[in-house]
Design a protein around this ligand. Structure first.
Ligand code: FE2
Length: 301
């Protein structure tokens, strides 16, 4: 997913009621701190978890932490998403983008990755549709999680996206929906499985194919027989996943069945000024440039 920022034309919320601000505390955990002791930095258990995550990310271009959310946490987030997912259904349909979310280049052939446009066939619950008190936002805001993500990525500190639309999102995929081949705009995506579909919806990827490897990318997006091999994984409910999507071409395969696939994307960056230009927000989310809210205020403002 690209990184972006702005405010929605219609201020939809996940729910109207406020949830406890400490929803992610050890007393009412949405995060399984027992299985994943991210709140115990400096402990042997934290060091072991960190090493495992780093090794997996380096080896596989992804790291999956199943059961990161507790069963009650999963149920809460699913309940929060139920209504907005209906309103978000197919709200990306009618827009087309290339695998870089960039502009076409008329100096290149029509088959070139920069010129091959994909129709978007899914929906997105944007950041502005998620209430301040939502459990999902509490997970996104959790200081221990942010510290752990920074450690996994080898950063002194990370920051939330300042993009009012893109910082925290949930992809909504119904029967027949899919997400086209693309590269993410940030190097490592952090996603959270919310709800699994009955079938399909696996994330298929080519680890570290490289975003400038146009020959192989072209073979993949045109489904040629000589395309490099891909890998795939299922995004399990409650799993936290690190994925090197900035250099790994990937897509979500077609979802099948009545159960909606819901996967949240948590945008973190290593600078405190990450947001997409309004033109990209209009292209991706359909929010007119004239209605763009601009970047969010800094978290500690
Ligand atoms: Fe992506």
């Amino acid at each position: 997913m690209p990184s972006a920022s702005a405010t929605p034309p219609s201020g939809e919320s996940l729910h109207s009621g406020m949830l406890p601000a400490d929803r992610c505390s050890p007393d009412a955990p949405a995060i399984d701190f027992g299985r994943y002791p991210i709140d115990q930095r400096g402990s042997p258990a934290y060091a072991s978890l960190l090493e495992e995550a780093r090794s997996s990310l380096k080896r596989d271009s992804c790291c999956r932490l199943p059961g990161f959310l507790t069963p009650s946490g999963i149920r809460e987030v699913q309940a929060e998403c139920a209504e907005p997912a209906k309103r978000a259904r197919s709200n990306q349909v009618g827009r087309a983008v290339n695998c870089y979310y960039g502009d076409p280049d008329s100096s290149l052939p029509a088959s070139h990755p920069h010129n091959h446009m994909f129709e978007r066939q899914f929906g997105v619950i944007r950041d502005d549709m998620i209430a301040p008190g939502a459990t999902l936002r509490a997970v996104y805001d959790n200081a221990s999680l942010m510290r752990f993500v920074a450690d996994v990525l080898g950063r002194d500190r990370i920051y939330q996206s300042r993009d009012a639309y893109q910082a925290l999102t949930v992809n909504v995929m119904h029967d027949g929906d899919s997400l086209h081949w693309h590269f993410d705009c940030n190097a490592c995506a952090i996603t959270l499985g919310v709800q699994e579909p009955e079938a399909g919806g696996d994330l298929e990827f080519l680890p570290n194919i490289g975003r400038d490897n146009h020959a192989d990318i072209e073979a993949v997006i045109h489904e040629r027989a000589d395309r490099p091999p891909s890998h795939a994984y299922r995004t399990e409910e409650g799993a936290l996943i690190f994925f090197c999507g900035g250099e790994s071409l990937h897509r979500v395969q077609t979802v099948r069945g009545e159960r909606v696939r819901l996967v949240a994307a948590l945008q973190y960056h290593h600078t405190d000024d990450a947001f997409d230009p309004p033109e990209m927000t209009e292209r991706i989310y359909g929010v007119p440039v004239s209605e763009h809210l601009g970047p969010k205020a800094p978290a500690d403002a």
